[in-house]
Design a protein around this ligand. Structure first.
Ligand code: NAD
Length: 265
């Protein structure tokens, strides 16, 4: 069993990591930053997002596992006081994992610059700052609508509880193989019209967003800001790759949603 540990720099996290490293050593579990089988993230959801991007070239060979040192996260199942139990589970590892869909993002440029390809675990957004974003939205090569507003967000099922939810998107169970397009402050009046509600795209469909006035947009992929350039279009579809989580334990999804957003009623 080869393990890598990715963590943030908060004092509480560093203490947890030191304790975890001691326990891993005692259990004869090998640390391997280059070719781990399990990546343990210690911190919050943002830490797991950076762990995902660090190892996104090895998704077939790696499973992720999150320990949270702040409040309960969506990608972090283990609490910082459960390290002994966690290491014991790793020792008895039988390769159990659960996998979830990812978002495939391709950016096509107007100049001769080659396309850029990304994978998102949560979402990708396209936004424009002070001026109205104008973009044609195609579903499977057919023009669906001309969007005017602040921007668009395309999210995975596990990302549906993140930025997507803040802009009014639906929360999707992560076993559903689909991606979701949500509007960010669309302009809707007698002249300009969009659907005005989030839509869920099936596994055999894809989205193409063709930007008008193409040089001052901000594209994000999870917590990464993608450098602006003369962008022609952005293509979104469900990725062939999936993320695997080591499933020594698994919290019921709707229980987690309730815990995070509603609390005790
Ligand atoms: P972070 O750990 O600071 O994350 C920011 C917040 O988003 C945290 O409260 C985190 O728990 C929550 N979060 C992240 N992924 C989530 C998920 N899948 N479900 C529910 N909550 C989730 O780290 P960061 O690097 O800033 O995180 C980037 C992510 O933050 C983006 O992918 C985006 O989804 C989210 N975000 C949300 C908003 C918003 O809701 N208005 C704004 C910017 C970014």
């Amino acid at each position: 069993m080869r393990v890598a540990v990715v963590y943030n720099q908060q004092k509480q996290t560093i203490d947890v990591v030191q304790h975890l490293l001691k326990l891993l050593k005692k259990a004869d579990i090998q640390l391997d930053e280059r070719e781990p089988e399990i990546v343990i993230s210690v911190g919050g959801d943002g830490t797991l997002l950076s762990a995902f991007h660090r190892y996104s070239h090895r998704l077939k060979d790696v499973s992720f596992l999150g320990i949270h040192t702040g409040h309960l996260g969506f990608y972090t199942d283990w609490r910082d006081y459960e390290l002994e139990e966690l290491v014991e589970s790793l020792k008895n590892n039988r390769g159990q994992s659960v996998s979830y869909p990812l978002l495939d993002v391709v950016i096509r440029y107007l100049n001769d610059k080659p396309d850029r390809h990304f994978l998102a675990l949560n979402e990708s957004t396209i936004k424009r700052g002070s001026r109205t974003m104008v973009a044609d939205v195609y579903i499977k090569e057919e023009l669906f609508e001309r969007f005017r507003g602040d921007g668009l967000s395309v999210s995975t099922p596990t990302g549906s509880t993140a930025y997507n939810k803040s802009v009014g998107g639906a929360v999707l169970h992560p076993s559903i193989n689909a991606i979701q397009l949500a509007e960010i402050a669309s302009l809707n009046n007698r002249v300009f019209r969009t659907l005005g509600s989030p839509i869920i795209i099936a596994a055999n469909e894809w989205l193409e967003i063709r930007l008008q006035d193409s040089n001052d947009y901000l594209i994000t992929v999870d917590s990464l800001d993608i450098q602006q350039d003369e962008i022609d279009a952005i293509f979104y579809r469900i990725a062939d790759e999936r993320i695997q989580f080591a499933s020594y334990r698994h919290m019921h999804f709707w229980h987690r949603v309730k815990d995070a957003f509603i609390g005790d009623t």
